[in-house]
Design a protein around this ligand. Structure first.
Ligand SMILES: Nc1ncnc2c1ncn2[C@@H]1O[C@H](COP(=O)(O)OP(=O)(O)OP(=O)(O)O)[C@@H](O)[C@H]1O
Ligand SMILES: [Mg+2]
Length: 278
C-alpha cells in the first residue's frame, strides 16, 4: 500500500460562537469562493495568467475551457496542491496561501484521476480517508455510510477498488471528496470517459450535492453545464474570458455558440509572442 497522497486532506471540525461547522462564518449569501488574479508559471511557461471569479454558497460553477486552457492548474491552486506564482484566492473565507490547512478542511477535491488504493475495498478506503481527514472517530462509520449512500456505492462497497469499473471509480472518487462534509467540492472532469447512463447518474449526484455544498465542476461536456450549473466561467489561454450566471448567458444563444465565440481566438499567449513561437 502506498503512502497517503497529498490530495487527501486533513479535516478537523471547529466551531465557535461566530462560526458554524468547519469554521465558516455564519453570513447569509456568503461568498464561498473568491479568486483574484491568480497566476501560475511552470518554469518560464505561464500556464495561468489571470484568473478571477467568485461563487456564492450553493452554486454549481461550470469551469470550462479548451484543452490546455489552465483549468486543472487553477483547480490545483485552489485546492492548495500547487502554490500560485501570484494573485490570491479564498475558499470559505480562508486564504489558500496563508490558511492552507483551513482551506483543506473545507474542500473536497476529485482530481482528473481518482486517488484510490487498489487493494482496499471501497468501505476500507473511505474509512481510511475519513481517518486521515480527521473525521472524529465516533462519526467515521456514519460518514462512510452516508458517502456510500450519496454516491450509490452500496452494491460494490465490499469490492476491491482495483476491480471497479470506471463509473464506480469516479463515484468512489466523489465519495472520498465528500467524506468530511466539506463546504466546497471541486471536481475535475468527473464524467470523463463514462458511458451515457453513468454520466446521467453522476450528473444527478452532483446536482444533489449542491443542496449542501458549493461545487466547481470542470468539464468539456456543455450539456452537462447547461443541465446542472448555475454559473459558468470560461478560461482560454490562461485567462478568464467569461463569467456569467447561466440564466443570463444563454439568452438567444446556445452555450456551444457562447463557448466557441469565447475560445475561437487563435492569439498566442504573451510569452509565446515574446519568444516568437508559432
Ligand atoms: N507540470 C507542468 N509543467 C509544465 N507545464 C504544465 C504542467 N502542467 C500543465 N502544464 C501546461 O499548462 C497548460 C495548462 O494545463 P492544464 O492542465 O491546467 O490545462 P486544462 O485546462 O486542465 O486542460 P485539459 O482540458 O486538457 O485538462 C498546458 O499548456 C499544459 O501543457
Ligand atoms: Mg485538465
Amino acid at each position: 500500500m502506498g503512502l497517503p497522497r497529498p490530495c487527501l486532506f486533513g479535516a478537523v471540525i471547529v466551531t465557535n460562537e461566530r462560526q458554524g461547522p468547519s469554521g465558516i462564518p455564519l453570513i447569509k449569501n456568503f461568498t464561498m469562493i473568491e479568486v483574484k488574479k491568480l497566476a501560475k508559471k511552470y518554469g518560464d511557461y505561464t500556464a495561468v495568467y489571470d484568473v478571477s471569479f467568485s461563487a456564492a454558497k450553493g452554486e454549481i460553477v461550470g469551469f470550462l475551457g479548451p484543452n490546455g486552457a489552465g483549468k486543472t492548474t487553477t483547480i490545483r491552486m485552489l485546492s492548495t496542491y500547487l502554490p500560485p506564482t501570484s494573485g490570491s484566492a479564498s475558499i470559505a473565507g480562508f486564504d489558500i496561501a496563508k490558511q492552507a490547512d483551513q482551506v483543506r478542511r473545507n474542500i473536497g477535491y476529485l482530481p482528473e484521476n481518482p486517488p484510490l488504493y487498489g487493494e482496499m475495498t471501497i468501505r476500507e478506503y473511505l474509512t481510511f480517508v475519513a481517518r486521515i481527514k480527521g473525521v472524529p472517530k465516533s462519526a467515521i462509520q456514519s460518514r462512510v455510510a452516508e458517502s456510500i449512500e450519496k454516491c450509490s456505492l452500496g452494491d460494490v462497497r465490499n469490492k476491491l477498488c482495483q476491480h471497479l469499473s470506471r463509473g464506480f471509480r469516479q463515484r468512489a472518487g466523489i465519495a472520498q471528496a465528500i467524506i468530511h462534509n466539506p463546504q466546497v467540492i471541486i471536481l475535475d472532469e468527473p464524467t470523463s470517459g463514462l458511458d451515457p447512463r453513468q454520466i446521467i447518474d453522476i450528473r444527478k449526484m452532483i446536482s444533489s450535492l449542491a443542496e449542501q455544498h458549493t461545487v466547481i465542476l470542470s468539464t468539456h461536456i456543455l450539456p452537462e453545464v447547461q443541465s446542472i450549473c448555475t454559473k459558468v466561467v470560461i478560461v482560454n489561454q490562461g485567462r478568464v474570458v467569461l463569467e456569467s450566471a447561466l440564466a443570463d448567458l444563454t439568452k438567444g444563444k446556445t452555450l456551444e455558440q457562447v463557448f466557441l465565440d469565447c475560445v475561437s481566438s487563435e492569439q498566442l499567449r504573451p510569452d509565446e509572442q515574446a519568444s516568437g513561437a508559432a
